[in-house]
Design a protein. Structure first.
Length: 154
């Protein structure tokens, strides 16, 4: 197989798509796609070595932070958060599977992250500044119960 020139360069991170439970929503920034395994340390009192052993423990996931421009009359972030006020899932479920796709130049997914049972725990409206020359950005923080990476066809 000949060398694929695409494999010689790192992927750009500016072309991505987020699916929010069937709805595609545009964002300017997505962060918090990380996970780690906590370490359990143990040492038996009669051990001949004077150090602890380490073994894998529980997996910990970071909150996913979504940022996007504020648009006139668009209160979707607030509406999604409002569903969680009483933390009672009735007819409408507020937990969702969210998929985040890093896309190539042909708009095909290269890496897909799947966020399980995500729900918004915090909405942050834009800060206001009289001398700012920037777009109003709103933020949603999602908590979730698991993050997996789905590999694209190789």
């Amino acid at each position: 197989m000949a060398d694929d020139p695409k494999k010689n360069y790192p992927l750009p991170k500016f072309h991505f798509q987020l699916d929010w439970g069937g709805t595609r929503v545009g964002f300017t920034e997505v962060s918090g796609l990380d996970f780690e395994t906590e370490v359990i340390e143990y040492r038996e009192g009669s051990s001949p070595v004077y150090n602890k052993t380490k073994q894998p423990g529980l997996t910990k996931y970071s909150d996913v932070i979504l940022k996007r421009g504020t648009f006139l009359g668009d209160f979707e972030f607030f509406q999604q958060w409002k569903k969680t006020l009483m933390f009672q899932e009735g007819k409408e479920k507020f937990r969702r599977t969210v998929t985040i796709k890093l896309l190539d130049e042909e708009h095909k997914p290269v890496i897909t992250w799947s966020v399980k049972n995500a729900w918004p725990c915090k909405i942050e409206s834009t800060n206001l500044k009289a001398d700012a020359n920037e777009v109003a950005i709103e933020t949603m923080i999602l908590v979730h119960e698991g993050l997996t990476i789905i590999e694209a066809n190789q």
